[in-house]
Write a protein that binds this ligand. Sequence first.
Ligand SMILES: [Ca+2]
Ligand SMILES: [Ca+2]
Length: 505
Amino acid sequence: MASPVCSRIAVIVLFLAFIVIDSGAELPLKRFEYKFSFKGPHMAQKDGSVPFFEFGGSALASEDQIRVTPSLRSKRGYVWTKNVVPFPHWEVELIFRVSGRGRVGADGLAFWYRTDKGREGPVYGSTDRWNGLGVFFDSFDNDNQRNNPFILTMLNDGSKNYDHNSDGQTQQLGGCLRDFRNKPYPVRAKVEYYKNTLTLWFNNGMTESDMNYELCMRAENVILPANGYFGISAATGGLADDHDALKLLTHSLTVPASELPKPDGRITEEERQKFTREYDEYYEKLQKQKEEFRKLHPERVAGIGVEDFEDPNVRDLRLIYEGQHGIHQTIRELNRKLDEIIGRQERTLSTLSSVQSGGGTHMGGGGGGTPQMIDTIKRHEVDNVLNTQREISQSVRDIRSIVNDVQQKTGAIHLNQGQGGRAGDGLDFKLLVNELQDNLKLVKKDISYLTSKPEPRLPTCPDLPELPNCLSAGHFYFFMILQIVVILGYISYKHKQEVNAKKFF
Ligand SMILES: [Ca+2]
Ligand SMILES: [Ca+2]
């Protein structure tokens, strides 16, 4: 039960917060100033100009942006409002893109509010010694302090030269180290000058949102000259970036009436007479109109009385009462809706729990359903559920018949295997298996015999060379020739012996 209470408290706190914000709001009144703004689409006209702006140098306007400089070396471009800014407080949002192929870019882009239109010059494409404010988006690290890209604000009264060599670090009013180059979305800078306070917010372009602003700098007691011009300028150097201004959105800021200095109550006699005269004239006119109304609508005259014209105080009270009544009604309505939602949740939970505890009860025909079920479940939903259940039971029946079929076939196979003595395939199969088993046994036996048998003695050459069991071909021929020579020698010897013996006889 804690959640509904919390919800109601949250709603009430929200209302109170709105009331507090409303009553305590001291935000300036904002008005969009189209003569000091540009944005796409159709930004550039047919002749290439942008209404209420003038530009020069390398600046070029297209449908949806002004390319202040292209990514070419040593370029300078500038854009200025044609008219003098007539309002003392303002907020300017600049949406731009600085993109280049290099890891480091140059030189940077500047937003200006100054008393002259600083055409082509050395300070980010504009002239030096300005009178007013410069907000510099400095890409290139001239002083090698590894602190660029840097966003820097600088005031000047027309006497100072911007020090490029130190990146203006000693001259700045304030700034922040932020990378604004090559971001997925255009980056945004919002400059506000209100009641002598200068504030700069920066959106780093990592998202498309125009809300992700973070504070870059704030300075109080800043006095900017009146009647200045807004401008944008940019420059490239040895390195070059595209500097594209996509939008410039200017709002004038007005101090709320509650904060304006109260009149001291004294008015001149002339003004008093003028107001009195105006009041008399108005009163006479009103009386005349009442008379005319009475003449035109005599039937309603009786109903018109003093009570038809209410006192201003009474009217204020009535408006307050009506407002409170409206809030009261809204809270009651919210309460009612909350109760309704909680009731629905509880019903859903009870339905779920009843289904979980006794899922089969609703299948018997719905007679046992709770009253809430009858209230919430429609006829066609019940039909749908019944149809689905019918389909499911049909599927179950199909599956059961398939399973039976499979069981029967499996049983038949088992039977065939069990009755191995019968003729037919079963017999052949068994014979084949027996044969295979016998063969396998034989093979196994052979293998075990072979593995257990000692290694056969291979014929080897004798250790002694004089008893060769095996001969090489050379030895064989040698002994053969020797034998022939011995036999021939023996034959010739014997023949000689016989010849000698014949000589003695
Ligand atoms: Ca620099
Ligand atoms: Ca630097």
